[in-house]
Design a protein around this ligand. Structure first.
Ligand code: ZN
Length: 204
């Protein structure tokens, strides 16, 4: 059973946008703005060289084992925050708008759905509803998300497990002929991911 959250966030997005605009004027935000622009350019370059896109549309939850599948939500994206700055974005919305920060993994897949990337990601929660407030590289408006039941921050995660483990790659027999270099990713089986999630939550 997949949890689909389609309810409109019970909050005025005008307020979220105006608070975020204030953040964009701070010294902290300036290098992040440049970084986001660079990342978006690089992303477009990579995508222009390949026909194989990994995104929300490729995800087929039936190809994910039941234990993980039941923990995955399909969240609406409200694209206010800078691309690729989800952890900072959620912190800003938590501090400025009284929302909760939620750490987890977003899931993208290749067109056949058998090659999945679980990427460390942050979203917010308000009144029990999760919402992704970070603009997607491909302007998608929904995202698959697996919440980690932990108070660990993204930085604590990276310090403990290494940046290398911020993207787990699971290939269950992809037939898409992925034509870019996948070396250096954390290439694991689904059960290793489950053990990893369990370890995070047991130590929460
Ligand atoms: Zn595939």
């Amino acid at each position: 059973m997949l949890i689909i959250q389609t309810t409109i966030l019970n909050m005025n997005t005008t307020e979220l946008k105006s608070k975020y605009k204030v953040f964009l004027g701070t010294d902290e935000a300036q290098p992040l703005i440049s970084q986001s622009v660079m990342m978006a350019i690089q992303w477009r370059e990579i995508m222009s060289r390949s026909n194989i896109h990994f995104d929300t549309k490729g995800v087929n939850v039936k190809k994910i084992n039941k234990k993980l599948q039941t923990r995955i939500s399909l969240l609406p994206i409200t694209p206010i925050g800078l691309v690729n700055q989800c952890h900072t974005n959620t912190r800003v919305f938590a501090e400025e708008c009284g929302m909760e920060k939620v750490l987890g993994f977003n899931i993208c897949a290749c067109p056949c759905g058998r090659f999945m990337n679980y990427e460390l990601h942050s979203v917010n929660r308000k009144d029990g509803m999760m919402c992704d407030l970070t603009k997607d590289f491909d302007n998608l408006r929904e995202k698959y998300f697996l919440e980690l039941k932990t108070n660990m921050t993204a930085l604590e995660y990276i310090n403990k497990y290494g940046r290398y483990k911020t993207i787990a790659s699971i290939n269950k027999g992809c037939s898409c002929k992925v034509d870019w270099n996948t070396n250096g990713v954390w290439d694991i089986d689904e059960h290793i991911l489950q053990e990893h999630i369990k370890e995070i939550e047991d130590n929460a």
